[in-house]
Design a protein around this ligand. Structure first.
Ligand SMILES: NC(=O)c1ccc[n+]([C@@H]2O[C@H](COP(=O)([O-])OP(=O)(O)OC[C@H]3O[C@@H](n4cnc5c(N)ncnc54)[C@H](OP(=O)(O)O)[C@@H]3O)[C@@H](O)[C@H]2O)c1
Length: 273
């Protein structure tokens, strides 16, 4: 039976390529984006790959619209087998530069939106005893990084939610997973929010941005990251945490056995010093 996949944030980047890659693997893909007027890039890339994807509008922070969309897909296709929570946005700022509203906006898109969609697809998946919920988090979901306070906070939060949910969902045949990219040469950097004047932090920010430019010079391509997302979304391997590249695995590995936090602080301190 053809599996039905819902992918968010497919106007660009790794979400766009993940949608195409899932279609290449035979899934029926509903690719969503905020503004379907920007769907040409996806349509052209899908045509080049010889696949078609359904395109629907969804701003993931609109929880009522997400509920309507899940109902519509379920009515049209009978079910959703795979959810890929990909939509997300970065923020380059430290705490003093950020308003609470800006921090809330990071939580809205990177935490509450995937949580809401997971809650929406879960009842159907549980009832059928089958489903996968994959959330694109980040290496910043395990390693807190300078000038990423709000972004990493939201990505840590969504990893915690999904890891907790995974334990109960697996009893009903639902795999809950996260996938952690490191630097990927998508539109992410140009889309990042850069709120406020850095003030006393300007020199540290300059050092951070110089280091980041170096990291992105060797970034993974969004095509490659999209294929890794499709792997994680379709694999039968029972595994919660995935990375899109070897570099991402090494990055995440800095944190996961860092019992006193010194490995992470030793890793990131030179970025701004
Ligand atoms: N690139 C990296 O280095 C990197 C590293 C680690 C993790 N990630 C994560 O990877 C995911 C994909 O990012 P990307 O690198 O492919 O960047 P991207 O090219 O900027 O793609 C992000 C996508 O998310 C969409 N989006 C943002 N806010 C949305 C909303 N409220 N509703 C629906 N869609 C929304 C964007 O749509 P619009 O065009 O409408 O803005 C865009 O299609 C994100 O979750 C990001 O946090 C990226």
């Amino acid at each position: 039976m053809t599996e039905i996949a819902l992918v968010t944030g497919t106007s660009s980047g790794m979400g766009m390529y993940a949608a195409i890659e899932l279609a290449r693997r035979g899934l029926e893909v509903v690719a969503t984006m905020r503004d379907t007027g920007r769907a040409d890039r996806l349509r052209d890339a899908a045509a080049e790959a010889g696949v078609t994807v359904g395109i629907r509008a969804l701003d993931v922070v609109d929880h009522a619209a997400a509920a309507r969309l899940v109902d519509e897909i379920t009515a049209d296709h009978g079910r959703i087998d795979v959810l890929v929570n990909n939509a997300g946005r970065g923020s380059v700022a430290t705490a003093e530069q950020l308003t609470i509203a800006q921090i809330q906006a990071q939580l809205d898109v990177n935490y509450l939106a995937p949580v809401n969609l997971a809650k929406l697809v879960l009842p159907g998946m549980r009832a059928r005893g089958h489903g996968r919920i994959l959330t694109v988090t980040s290496v910043g979901g395990t390693v807190g990084q300078p000038f990423a306070d709000a972004y990493c906070g939201a990505k840590f939060a969504v990893e915690g939610f999904m890891q907790s949910l995974a334990a109960t969902a697996e009893h009903f045949g639902v795999d809950v997973r996260v996938i952690e990219p490191a630097a990927v040469s998508s539109d992410f950097v140009s889309n990042v929010e850069r709120p406020g004047d850095a003030g006393a932090y300007q020199a540290l920010l300059d050092a951070y941005l110089a280091r980041t430019a170096g990291a992105f010079a060797n970034a993974q391509t969004p095509q490659d990251a999209g294929a890794a997302i499709a792997d994680a979304a379709t694999s039968d391997e029972s595994r919660f945490r995935w990375q899109t590249s070897e570099a991402a695995s090494r990055f995440v590995g800095v944190s996961l056995a860092d019992l006193d936090g010194t490995r992470v602080s030793g890793f990131t301190r030179p970025w701004i010093g």
